[in-house]
Write a protein that binds this ligand. Sequence first.
Ligand code: ATP
Length: 310
Amino acid sequence: MTTRERVVLDVDGLRMSYGTTEILRDVGFRVHHGEVVCLLGPNGAGKTTTLEILEGFRMRSAGRVEVLGTDPAQGDERWRARLGVVLQSWRDHGRWRVRELLAHLGRYYAPYSTGQTIRPWATDELIEAVGLTPHAGKKVRMLSGGQRRRLDVAVGLVGRPELLFLDEPTAGLDPVARREFHGLVESLSAQRDTTIVLTTHDLHEAEKLSDRIMILDGGRIIADGTAAELARSIADEDEVRWTRDGQRYERNTTESTKFVLDLFRRYGEEIGELEVRRASLEDTYLTLVRRAEAGRAATDQPDEQHEVTR
Ligand SMILES: Nc1ncnc2c1ncn2[C@@H]1O[C@H](COP(=O)(O)OP(=O)(O)OP(=O)(O)O)[C@@H](O)[C@H]1O
């Protein structure tokens, strides 16, 4: 078995209720070593709940969950040290300075170093990787929102995790910070050592970063595949548009590459303004969620919600 085939996350029949409200009804998926998987879904679909269950922070109502071969409900410190978590909400360490905080948190991971993975990540190197070098000596409460988010990411990475959970990691980041964060995820993913599960509402980000996209809606995974596979599931035709002799043409085809090749063979340089358009991830996402919601509309009854603490 290659490492790429190793199952890192194995979820089957996962259910979760808050009081009488069932949030997750039947969630199932697998994630393999080295994959970057993005969990999409409308507000309130249960993405954070799912991540919290996988991270061992929240107890599920039913179903089978294995994370790095362990049920998170029984995960010990050694298991936890192999995970990195970037939560949606900030847990305050306002009085700490950035470098001190990361060095302090890093010490927890030192006993879990292995021959292959030196833990923790060297503090200044990590600070550099998340673009916080100019702010390394600042108190956390003096950081801007985006700088805090970078620190959140550093906290998630300090133990050089095998499996990294990122809950809306780029919320609040400016375009430059967002681009840098994407570079960081891409470099982690290129090494194929870190498996990454992230949630985002930025579909461009999802498409750019992930090997696979899962859409959670109505308590179930309603789609699971690459962005191209999901697009094919709603429309198996691409739209080809071109101009010739000042005239505009349009054609839908399932074999756009062959079609364009034939077009050039026939008309060569007469062809101008060629465009091949596949359903975007946004088109696909909206169609799949609308379809799923339409399917449920007749049967769903709104429930009362009760707060449940961890
Ligand atoms: N502690 C809690 N007690 C009761 N209900 C909760 C609790 N936490 C979350 N919920 C409810 O569970 C549902 C799913 O919440 P969750 O935060 O998992 O969704 P999400 O998909 O991450 O949403 P978003 O995209 O808005 O972050 C929501 O309806 C939310 O109100």
